[in-house]
Design a protein around this ligand. Sequence first.
Ligand code: HEM
Length: 238
Amino acid sequence: MSAVTMSRAVRRRWWWTLWSLLAVLATGITAYFVPPYLVGGTTVPGLDMSIPGYYVSLVFHAVPAGTALLVGPWQFVPRLRARFPRALRITGRVYLISVVAAAMAAAYSSAVTPSGPTLQVAFFGLIVAWLYTAAKAYRTIRRREVQLHRIWMVRNYAFTFAAVTLRLYQLAGLQLMGVMPSLEYRDVYASSAWLSLLGNVLVAEYFIVQRTLAPLARRRSAEPDEALPRQAEALSQQ
Ligand code: HEM
């Protein structure tokens, strides 16, 4: 096996490992957090039912958001895209409609949540970023700009996946509260939301640069620069 084939095989194995982790976490978080809202929410600890419309907005948020979280990873599998293009177009539409519906419901939940302004600002930031990247993903695919569409979908799913990283950070924060009694749950919640938003953006941008921009830049610098001989000629004539 040549070095090039081997590095491709290693990269492919890495890709599948990361993709599997993404899909398992997305499925696990949806399966654990969404169903309690479908059966009245009475089993959700600390859920304030006295705030008008809060519980209903969470149902209208969690169901489509969970759908987007579940559907998202499959949109990134190249083999599925090649074999079932029609099905992937339909699930792509389901994904984007789910994001818009979930974001609209989340706007109400964010406005009335009793969890405080630091969290509210993070959630409103997420909503704007979620809708903006969804609109960009939609516009680029309508114009058949497939590469750009892929980039905007990676960015958009990074925000969808904030639902997973938020809960992982919250879990870590709860452990930290055990050893730092001065730490309050409200602070853990708000900092987890900010960390999930910023951390996921960084990971998505790293992924985009590594997979899309770096190969393009390398190809560009390997090509002979046609402008250089012309510039040299112009200089020699001065
Ligand atoms: C990325 C954009 C998202 C935004 C802006 C957002 C926003 C919100 C807001 C404001 C709340 C209410 C929180 C509170 O009052 O304490 C909430 C709760 C919730 N969200 Fe999201 N969310 C997003 C993504 C998702 C996704 C992808 C899922 C998929 C599972 C999801 C599932 C839930 C659930 C189940 C709740 C109820 C609270 C809980 O049980 O943890 N959200 N979300």
